[in-house]
Design a protein around this ligand. Structure first.
Ligand code: ADP
Length: 144
């Protein structure tokens, strides 16, 4: 059976931390859907289209990766696509509580879909979309 995972997030914008999770996830899954899961009542810095374009640019043409967006719940989306796994990345302790809650709620919604976590790479421990936006807005370099 094909192993398919959905990697949901805001990706506003995509960072090297996200990319690291995507690359490592592709070692375990045959296909990955990178899903911009957005709240229609909240606007980010970049539009959904801009975020999708940036992801496409950094991923390139990889037939294993699909980029999509959805305003709804993750679990019905994953179910509809035939995915068995929701992939998430874990950084510092601050991610844990929220991710734990989400994983428990999602499991309650459908026990057949598991949330799988990959620990951040040490280089990306402090990398977040918010920090990058903050640095860039003050003219700081966000190059590597
Ligand atoms: P959200 O808005 O749901 O927090 P993000 O776009 O910030 O979504 O991130 C999506 C997923 O990627 C989350 O599981 C988040 O913990 C993970 N992630 C974000 N940045 C990093 C990073 N630097 N290293 C590892 N995982 C990360």
């Amino acid at each position: 059976m094909e192993k398919l995972a959905v990697y949901p997030g805001s990706f506003d914008p995509i960072t090297n931390g996200h990319l690291d999770i995507i690359r490592r996830g592709l070692r375990f899954f045959d296909r990955l859907i990178i899903l911009i899961a957005y709240n229609p009542n909240k606007s980010g810095l970049f539009t959904i289209e801009e975020r999708m374009d940036m992801i496409r640019t950094v991923i390139g043409a990889d037939p294993r990766v699909t980029i999509d967006s959805s305003p709804g719940l993750m679990v019905p989306y994953a179910k509809e696509k035939g995915a068995q796994v929701i992939l998430r990345g874990l950084r510092a302790l601050s991610d844990f509580e929220y991710e734990f809650q989400m994983a428990l709620i999602n499991r309650r919604l459908d026990r057949d879909i598991e949330t799988v976590f990959l620990m951040t790479g040490y280089k990306w421990f402090y990398t977040s979309s918010n920090l990058i936006k903050e640095a860039a807005s003050h003219g700081g370099s966000v190059d590597l």
